[in-house]
Design a protein around this ligand. Structure first.
Ligand SMILES: CC(C)(COP(=O)(O)OP(=O)(O)OC[C@H]1O[C@@H](n2cnc3c(N)ncnc32)[C@H](O)[C@@H]1OP(=O)(O)O)[C@@H](O)C(=O)NCCC(=O)NCCS
Length: 192
């Protein structure tokens, strides 16, 4: 697949920005990923340490080159050095023009709409810049916070996939949410 590149300018919606990862994010990544809720619901490993964060930053470059994953840091729009979380499009399938979005927020950044705005921003960018025609979210059945993000961001609940993912706590049943360009509409409080 052709190499991908990130937007050079930060993508911004109100207080939320997406920008490329930087080496200086390393301590904030390690601190955020100590939260067991992240390992519980994502593929981020439990017992997260600096080695994991270094590998994560290196893999992002590698994945861009191979054209399969694009990953942005979620940052504060007023202070782009302040890391709030992560938003990625994974498993990009060029032939079928689809990809899967994954995200997490540092615990202290939750409850303010950053994840919803980040999902809107990366979805718009995926449709407009990568030319994708379908975006998916795979969310654990018990992960109510993330399901609310999906719904607020305009995704449609489509299917239940039993025993779909192996997380730090064992196998998870997942709900697939989907978003197509025709579903796109302005959302209150979002510039996207
Ligand atoms: C999933 C996760 C990112 C959701 O974080 P979040 O803070 O609930 O999501 P948002 O940033 O969109 O904030 C939404 C909350 O802020 C509130 N909020 C405040 N201002 C808001 C605004 N302008 N717009 C939207 N929501 C706003 C909402 O009411 C909502 O709270 P509620 O769920 O109690 O109703 C977070 O729980 C997390 O990182 N979990 C661990 C990793 C994970 O599960 N990742 C997803 C795997 S599928």
């Amino acid at each position: 697949m052709p190499p991908l590149s990130l937007s050079e300018r930060a993508l911004v919606d109100g207080p939320t920005a997406l920008r490329p990862w930087q080496d200086a994010d390393l301590p904030a990544i390690v601190a955020a990923c100590q939260d067991p809720e992240i390992a519980r619901w994502t593929r981020v490993p439990a017992d997260y340490n600096e080695r994991h964060a270094r590998a994560f930053l290196l893999e992002r470059e590698e994945a861009l080159r191979s054209g399969t994953t694009v990953s942005y840091a979620i940052a504060a729009a007023r202070d782009l050095d302040r890391l709030l979380g992560s938003a990625s499009i994974l498993r990009i399938d060029e032939r079928h023009r689809r990809g899967e979005i994954g995200y997490w927020l540092a615990r202290e950044a939750r409850g303010q709409g950053h994840a919803t705005r980040a999902v809107r921003l990366i979805s718009a960018w995926g449709f407009e810049t990568l030319g994708l025609e379908r975006l998916e979210l795979q969310i654990g059945v018990g992960n109510g916070a993330s399901q609310r993000v999906a719904e607020r961001a305009g995704f449609t609940r489509e299917a239940l996939r039993r025993s779909y993912m192996l997380s730090a706590r064992g196998r998870l049943d997942m709900i697939t949410f989907g978003l197509l360009p025709i579903d796109w509409r302005p959302i209150a409080g979002s510039g996207g």
